[in-house]
Design a protein around this ligand. Structure first.
Ligand code: ES4
Ligand code: ZN
Length: 326
């Protein structure tokens, strides 16, 4: 029988988490002080009061402001290491975190500074905890494809540290097809492909991510529910959806957790997974997301087991590693 204790102790995999979104207020303030950057907030309380979002854009404004305190390699290490410690405490054994290089390049931070800090923390995670990882570099979709190409060019000398590329930021008005060429180039470089689609955007954006970008996973994808044919297709090809329950309620994709459609999607045979998205901003990490499903949607033991096994199936880990994770 399922309980919070069973949820907490189960081995887990996380496939949709933005490192910049794991910046906890306490570390944000410490880095602001260390780097002499004005973080724009008087106190921890003032900061947390700003975490009152009405949609994706109102969140992104706060999220990009918070990232301003990240300047040096050690900052990116500390950010990533804090997330690794959380994962270790919650028995998360394999992670595929996102980072947004353009957010930092714009402020004069070099690609090397960003990637070396993150990579060193992921290496330490492997050696200290046996935690495996695959790092995913996201392109910001509110910027143009030219900027994405420049970013990909910078990444070329670090491909041993990067497993894949993704697409995030403001979805509405920035459909996947805007990035067809840079995804094609990424695929030629041997990178895995994922994209946010169907979070705030319509089901047609999910079709576009599949057909125009040839992604191997859809991030969010909850609006697939509006297109029966799409749902049948996603189920048939076992296209994974990396669903983020607490994110979706914080950003008002669903008014309340009791209205979330995750188990409808699972019942339709889709490869649905559970993830935290931006855990410092949305009220929790992996365990808290599962707790919410247990409390508000009466998640059963068999549903929980299916969600965990879907995450292993959907991961980019090697076949040998997947066997260890199952
Ligand atoms: C994001 Cl929830 C979400 N959606 C799109 N882009 C993002 N970047 C960070 N969190
Ligand atoms: Zn996301």
């Amino acid at each position: 029988k399922l309980s919070k204790a069973v949820i907490d102790s189960a081995p887990k995999v996380e496939l949709h988490m933005h490192l910049e979104g794991s910046l906890e207020p306490k570390l944000l303030f410490a880095l602001a002080q260390r780097n002499n950057v004005d973080c724009g907030y008087e106190s921890l309380e003032a900061l947390q009061k700003a975490y009152n979002f009405s949609n994706l854009q109102s969140f992104l404004d706060v999220y990009y402001a918070g990232a301003n305190v990240l300047l040096h390699e050690q900052d990116f290490y500390d950010l990533t290491w804090a997330y690794v410690l959380k994962c270790h405490a919650q028995n998360v054994r394999h992670i595929e975190p996102f980072f947004d290089p353009q957010t930092h390049l714009e402020r004069g931070v070099s690609f090397e500074t960003i990637i070396n800090g993150i990579d060193r923390a992921l290496i330490d995670a492997q050696s200290q905890f046996g935690m495996s990882s695959m790092l995913i570099m996201c392109f910001l979709r509110h910027l143009d494809q030219e900027s994405a190409f420049t970013t990909l060019e910078l990444a070329k000398s670090h491909l041993s540290k990067i497993s894949g590329v993704g697409l995030d930021s403001s979805e509405l008005g920035n459909p996947p097809e805007k990035f067809s060429e840079v995804f094609e180039k990424s695929r030629e470089l041997g990178l895995k492909l994922v994209a946010h689609a169907g979070e705030e955007g319509p089901a047609s954006y999910i079709w576009s991510a599949i057909n125009d970008l040839q992604v191997q996973r859809i991030d969010h994808g909850v609006r697939a529910i509006e297109d029966e044919q799409l749902m049948r297709h996603l189920a048939q090809i076992r296209m994974p959806l990396t669903v983020c329950p607490l994110s979706n309620t914080k950003l008002k994709v669903f008014e309340h957790m009791s209205q979330h459609n995750i188990f409808q999607l699972l019942d339709k045979g889709l490869c649905v997974t559970v993830n935290s998205d931006d855990p410092a901003y949305f009220g929790g990490y992996m365990n808290e997301n599962f707790h919410a499903l247990y409390q508000d949607l009466a998640m059963s033991a068999s549903q929980f087991k299916q969600l965990l096994s879907n995450s292993v199936e959907a991961s980019f880990a090697s076949q040998a590693r997947k066997l260890q994770l199952q």
